[in-house]
Structures are given as C-alpha cells and as structure tokens.
Design a protein around this ligand. Structure first.
Ligand SMILES: C[S@@+](CC[C@H](N)C(=O)[O-])C[C@H]1O[C@@H](n2cnc3c(N)ncnc32)[C@H](O)[C@@H]1O
Length: 284
C-alpha cells in the first residue's frame, strides 16, 4: 500500500492497538537494560522504533534503527523523533547494510505480504546474521485466516481468507508460511524459540479495540480490492465489496478474530570460556 497520510495514520493506530493489547512493545524475555542496538525491519512510519527508543535508557550506547523501503518519515513524524532513533532506507529482500552481529534485538512486524515464500529463508538468515550471539529476534505476522469464538460456519470469513490468499499468491506470497517460521528458526539453530497465536477480535463485538481494528482492517481490505481489480478485473472487485460487507456483518454474529503469529527466538550465545582454574579442577 502506498505511504500517504491515510496509510501513515492507519499504521500509527494499528501500532497503538497492538501496544495496548500486548501491554508492551515486545514479548521476548529480554531485560531492556541489556539492549544497546535494536533494529526494526519494515519500520513503516517508525512508531515502534520511536517508542522503543523512548522506552530504553537514553544515551550514546543505546541506539534504535528502523529500516524501510519508504523514507518519508519527516512528513509523518516531524520532529517527534528521539535522538537515539535513526530511520533509514533498507530492503530486507536485498540484505541490509549493517555489519554482522550488530544488534541485540531485531524486530519485524506485518511484513508477510511483502515477502514471497521463496525468500523467507534468506530473510531469516539475514535476521540471524544481524544478531549478536545471545541476541533476540521477534516477529509478529498476521495470516488473514480468521478464527471465531462460536462454532457456527463462517462462509464470508472463509471466502475472504481464500480471496486474500489468492491475491497474495499472484506475487508469490503464501500467508500460511507464518505458522511455520518458528520451525525454520529451530532448524537454523536458534534457541529458546517460542511461538504463540493471538486471536484479536474484529468488529464492534470486541469493544473499542475491535471497533478500531475494524476501521484499520477496512482500509487494508481496500488495498486487496485494488490489487484484485488490477489482476482479475473490475467485476471481481465489485464482488469483493459485497464480500467485505457480508464479512463485517458475520463478524458480529460469530465473533470473528484475526490471528497474529508471534515468534521469539534467540541466537545461540557464545559458549562461556572455561577458566584455567575450572578446567584444572575438572581435570582432577
Ligand atoms: C504493513 S506495513 C508495517 C509497518 C510496521 N512494521 C508496523 O507494524 O507498523 C509494511 C511496511 O514494510 C515495508 N516494506 C515492504 N517491503 C519491504 C522490504 N523488502 N524491506 C523493507 N521494508 C519493506 C513497507 O514499505 C511498509 O512500510
């Protein structure tokens, strides 16, 4: 979706809702005082990187970097950026310009639609390259397969999920990848890998958060509608509008949720060197 004022506001509100739901900026078991260099990939308008920089102790040895393909941060954040936050151009699909093992923490949220499934292993390898030994990776990705609180059938949610999946597949993106990323990270030798699925209510039934999320997601769906009409023709887009209307009605009846996949993983710490006295004792 192009970064304009509306998209910037949408990402800003989404960040606010997610922060409210999670009650924190990240879930990995990391003490903030141990974080000196933090990276946010696909930083959007830079709100996560900004808030992280504000949360960490201020000082020259604590720096938060955000990279993205778009670079119009001045337009959206203005002067609202702490001095330890740096936003810059970077394309995760081409590899980032940082040296190996530069970061204590790498965060990536909501990029699934921009990463073709054939590229995920390169992307994960790039994350691992950037982490210091002992550093943490955290990924938050939706898969647009909707869950629900009731046992009733969900024809609109099922159809919407299938249409979104079809639309993404045109560019080689397979959204269901996100439920196996933790397994790829384990195979790559990361440790303390955790995976959880968080079902977030969509629609008025979910109270103020569900209502705000409905607004945010409506614009997201408009983006899909535009790509469907580009690839499949305007008739398909017309059907899509009906589908969205039915979907929002259905959300209220069957209490639909969107699922966020949250993965945390640690790059194996370097082995602690055995001190001469210990090794001597051990030999005894
Ligand atoms: C849906 S937004 C999410 C923004 C932010 N992570 C958040 O959760 O608020 C996706 C962002 O990823 C950026 N993006 C897409 N492909 C990228 C790539 N190959 N490298 C870096 N950023 C990318 C887009 O420009 C956009 O700002």
């Amino acid at each position: 979706m192009p970064m304009d004022e509306d998209e910037a506001q949408r990402l800003d509100r989404l960040h606010g809702v997610l922060r409210h739901i999670l009650r924190r900026l990240y879930l990995a078991p990391v003490d903030p005082s141990s974080l000196h260099r933090v990276l946010d990939i696909g930083a959007g308008v830079g709100t996560w990187a900004r808030d992280m920089a504000l949360m960490l102790p201020q000082g020259a040895d604590t720096q938060v970097f955000g990279v993205d393909l778009q670079t119009s941060w001045d337009e959206f954040l203005g002067d609202d950026l702490p001095s330890n936050c740096h936003l810059m151009y970077g394309d995760i699909l081409r590899g980032l310009m940082f040296r190996d093992a530069r970061f204590d923490f790498v965060h990536q949220r909501n990029l699934v639609r921009s990463i073709p499934s054939s590229k995920w292993s390169d992307v994960l390898r790039e994350h691992v390259r950037l982490l210091k030994p002992g550093g943490w990776l955290e990924l938050h990705e939706p898969d647009y397969s909707f869950s629900r609180k009731s046992m009733d059938p969900a024809p609109f949610a099922d159809r919407l999920s299938a249409e979104i999946g079809r639309c993404c597949a045109i560019t080689g993106v397979h959204l269901d990848m996100v439920s196996s990323l933790h397994l790829c990270l384990e195979e790559m030798g990361l440790v303390n890998v955790s995976y959880r699925r968080l079902d977030i209510p969509l629609g008025e039934w979910g109270g103020p958060t569900g209502d705000i999320l409905k607004n945010i997601m409506s614009r997201d769906f408009e983006g899909f509608e535009a790509s469907i009409s580009r690839s499949l023709g305007p008739m398909a887009a017309f059907d899509f509008e009906d589908l969205i209307r039915g979907f929002w009605d259905e959300c209220e009846q069957i209490k639909t949720c969107i699922t966020l996949h949250i993965i945390c993983a640690q790059k194996a710490p370097l082995p602690t060197p055995i001190s001469p006295s210990t090794s001597h004792n051990e030999r005894k």
